[in-house]
Design a protein around this ligand. Structure first.
Ligand code: UD1
Ligand code: CA
Length: 478
């Protein structure tokens, strides 16, 4: 059943104006990252699965930053809640944005990022089929601390009491409010205006709407979710870590189910946006982030961090390699201890070894740079050997310049290539050469002076030292 057109009477509102006081942070709560992605983005991704007619984001604390983060997302309406007087007040500030809208509205909390698409869809179905004025998503948990409690009378929801306002008996209630609701839009905003800020925090509590509706005889339903993790809210750094861990476990489980070996899921950090093909092996202590794709049959060793990179098939990345925005073709080998900076492009069967740094550089197919080297702004052809300790001097203090090394060239160890400069096809550069001028194809470039040998020098040195020692001793006796 296609959900698109059927869902078109659904409007969504996401509350994201709060400061997140309990995080003790200079950054607004909804901007904190959960498994690598700002938590508000997780929530908006789930909201989008309903193909809503409209999505309104209530912003307040650091509104400009939140808006800037979400600027690339289509179809969002932002409303400003200033000052932030509570969740009821937050929803009321969306009134103008929803003027004239009919049907139902689903309210999501910007700090509850684990909600699954499946649960949200059955919640919407439940609300629709019951015809209630409001439906509250709830859960029965072992430790209800910090959440609003669902107070029932004759089994029906009567009201929601916040932790701070709860009596000792109410604190014992283990059914909690998830902060996710569905509302009939009809009469909603008028009812919100009846909420009073008479409570421990002097805030306008959205959950108070439940008691107001009950008093007015409007139907309020609940839906209990079975998987408690889905409705975990983030209020503290500890909860931020808990929710991140759960999200990462989900990602790891998905990858393993699709044929990826993860040796130690507990120490493997893979963002939701990453794709990895079957038969790749991920060793412990690896981070794979952002828009990274990894092909089949790769092996990623411990301590590697990969960000926004594209990796082909059968690539081996040895320990403690770091790469950002790099492209690696199939069958290449990288590391250990390599650093691939943005726009590094490694060809098929190429090899990059320890303490080699590449930036904005193409290393052609079958080429090797295995030890202690900096290659920046360079275009290196195929089957080139770059010796240990090679450095492209790409920066003259003002501008960056390009180094070109053509196919089959051999760069001896301890070479400096002062850009702009070109080494032609199959040319050789002798060890210790400072290349300041182009090297023609097939030529040998050497810049160091002729070597001089001083015969018997070592023996003379020992003799000199002994004489010096004798002199100081006799001086001491006087
Ligand atoms: C809220 C519920 C509680 C529920 C819990 C579930 C209230 C009063 N309590 O408590 O019953 O168990 O969520 O996670 O609603 N926000 C605004 N403007 C404001 C205040 C908050 O936009 O003026 C936003 C926050 O950014 C956040 C969300 O609303 O995304 C929830 O606010 P928060 O302060 O975290 O509520 P809780 O105390 O967790
Ligand atoms: Ca919360």
């Amino acid at each position: 059943m296609g959900l698109g057109p059927l869902m078109s009477d659904v409007h969504t509102v996401v509350l994201a104006a709060g400061k997140g006081t309990r995080l003790l942070s200079a950054t607004a709560k909804v901007l904190h990252r959960v498994a690598g992605v700002p938590m508000i983005e997780h929530v908006l991704g789930t909201a989008a699965s309903l193909h809503p007619r409209s999505t309104t984001v209530v912003v307040g604390h650091q509104a400009e930053k939140v808006k800037a983060l979400l600027a690339g997302r289509a179809g969002l309406t932002f409303v400003l809640q200033e000052p932030q007087l509570g969740t009821g007040h937050a929803l009321l500030s969306a009134e103008a944005a929803l003027r004239g809208a009919a049907g139902m509205m689903v309210l999501l909390s910007g700090d509850v990022p684990l909600l699954s698409v499946g649960t949200l869809k059955s919640f919407v179905d439940r609300h629709r089929s019951s015809g209630a004025a409001a439906t509250v998503m709830t859960a029965v948990v072992d430790d209800p601390r910090g959440y609003g409690r669902i107070v029932r009378s004759a089994n029906e929801i009567a009201q929601i009491v916040e932790e701070r306002d709860a009596s000792t008996a109410e604190k014992e209630i283990r059914e909690i409010n998830s902060g996710i609701y569905a509302f009939a839009l009809d009469g909603l905003f008028d009812a919100l205006r009846s909420i009073a800020a008479i409570n421990a925090q002097r805030e306008y509590y959205l959950p108070d709407l439940v008691a107001i509706y009950r008093q007015r005889g409007r139907g309020v339903e609940t839906m209990r979710v079975a998987n408690l993790d889905e409705i975990r809210g983030i209020n503290s750094r500890a909860e931020l870590a808990d929710v991140s861990r759960i999200m990462r476990q989900q990602k790891n489980a998905e990858l393993m189910a699709s044929g990826v070996t993860i040796e130690d899921p507990l120490t493997t950090y893979i963002d939701g946006s990453v794709e990895i093909a079957a038969d790749s092996v991920i060793h412990p202590g690896v981070s794979i982030e952002g828009r990274t794709t990894i092909g089949a049959g790769c092996e990623i060793h411990s301590g590697v961090r990969i960000i926004d990179s594209r990796i082909g098939d059968r690539v081996t990345i040895f320990n403690h390699t770091v790469m950002t925005d790099a492209t690696i073709e199939s069958d290449a080998q990288i590391g250990p201890f390599a650093h691939l900076r943005p726009e590094a492009r490694i060809g098929e069967h190429a090899q990059v070894g320890n303490f080699v740094e590449l930036k904005n550089t193409v290393l052609g197919a079958g080429s090797k740079s295995r030890h202690l080297t900096y290659l920046g702004d360079a275009v290196i052809g195929q089957n080139v050997n770059v010796g240990a300790g090679t450095i492209t001097c790409n920066y003259d203090g003002q501008r960056k310049h390009r180094t070109t090394i053509e196919d089959g060239a051999f760069i001896g160890s301890d070479t400096q290539l002062v850009a702009p400069v070109t080494v032609g096809k199959r040319a050789y550069v002798g060890s210790g050469t400072t290349v300041r001028e182009d090297v023609p194809a097939g030529a040998l470039a050497v810049s160091a002076g002729r070597q001089r040998n001083i015969e018997g020098w070592a023996e003379k040195k020992v003799k000199r030292q002994k004489e010096k020692l004798k002199r100081t001793k006799t001086k001491g006796k006087k």
